[in-house]
Design a protein around this ligand. Structure first.
Ligand code: 8YV
Length: 327
């Protein structure tokens, strides 16, 4: 009888339902335990000493408690640019590497931001319904609002914010932004406070990371400033995280006509969207599809996988989160 051979395939815990484009690659190289932390805590306890990596998506939560349950953990690979659900401080305290998938989704998220701006301004979903529901013969739709040449305020001027600005230039929009600090190398105008930015924007687009630092940053005061920015009142677009907007304040502002409308891809308690928000015709809603094209999701899956593969081959990971980047 030969001695049992140690499992050569590293064992990993998936904390989200993984898309096939990532799941297939992972199961070829690793032993994947799927969502044991939610589905079978006893099985997780049994497998925990062997679990060397965690993999999840941009909305996944990896708490200090879960990290504490995994004594062999070396790495957390996030298939998403946002990693606000990961307790990076707890990971770092254990020397656990955290990676994400920046850049490959910039185009898609920026495209969606422009799409939501156009949908909210030109009322495209309502126009589609106008035709489908046979209302066209009864008369024209109410006039919509022009986007070209309008004033755009961008909250967060990272890679995706810059991609949005680049597109907005083609619409002849004037661009200003707020961020933690001015980015001197950019041609766009910096405004120090989000409220001041809202006060001079026809469209306020939110694309800042989620997490404690930006929680409910778009509050009643910011919405009031956006509403007062012109007689037509401003439009809010959120392609960042639901947590960045005070959703109760937003619903209130929309119901009372404080702002003109909104285009929202993310929500506080997604996938649950409040009925009051769903009832508002001046709001365009999409189900967190910022990066949801097959091309981009493939690129994200490949990068999430390649980060794991590099780590287990003893190489440097490709895209560590900034907090874990060396030097
Ligand atoms: C995805 C995201 O929903 O990248 C992010 O931060 O929120 C989205 O791209 C998600 O990460 C897919 O796993």
């Amino acid at each position: 009888m030969s001695a049992p051979v140690a499992n050569p395939r590293p064992e990993i815990l998936a904390v989200a339902r993984l898309p096939p484009m990532l799941a297939t690659q992972l199961s070829a190289a690793f032993t994947v335990h799927e969502r044991l932390h939610e589905l079978d805590p006893a099985a997780l306890a049994a497998a925990a000493p062997r679990i060397r990596a965690v993999v999840g998506g941009g909305e996944s939560k990896v708490s200090a408690e879960l990290i504490g349950q995994l004594p062999a953990l070396e790495m957390i690979s996030v298939m998403g640019v946002g990693y606000d659900g990961i307790d990076v401080a707890a990971a770092k305290a254990r020397s656990v590497m955290v990676t994400h998938t920046p850049n490959v989704l910039n185009d898609d998220v920026a495209d969606l931001a422009i799409g939501l701006m156009l949908c909210a301004a030109r009322q495209l979903p309502a126009a589609d319904r106008w035709v489908r529901e046979g209302r066209w013969p009864t008369g024209p739709m109410p006039l919509a609002r022009k986007m070209s040449g309008a004033r755009l305020g961008i909250v967060g001027m990272g890679r995706i914010g810059q991609a949005i600005a680049q597109r907005a230039l083609a619409f002849g929009m004037s661009i200003a932004y707020t961020a933690r600090s001015a980015k001197g190398q950019l041609p766009h105008r910096f405004v120090a406070s989000v409220e001041a930015l809202a006060a001079e924007s026809d469209f306020l687009v939110v694309i800042t990371p989620g997490g404690a630092g930006t929680r409910k940053m778009i509050d009643a005061r910011v919405l009031a400033a956006l509403g007062a920015s012109s007689p037509q009142k401003g439009i809010l677009v959120n392609v960042a995280r639901g947590s960045v907007v005070d959703e109760a304040a937003l619903i209130d502002a929309l119901e009372r006509g404080v702002i003109a409308g909104a285009g929202l891809d993310v929500f506080e308690a997604e996938p649950n969207v409040p009925e009051r928000l769903r009832a508002l015709p001046q709001v365009v809603l999409t189900p967190h599809i910022g990066s949801a094209t097959s091309q981009t999701r493939q690129a994200m899956a490949d990068l999430a996988f390649n980060n794991l593969a590099a780590h287990f081959a003893g190489q440097r990971v490709h895209t560590p989160v900034p907090e874990c980047a060396a030097g």
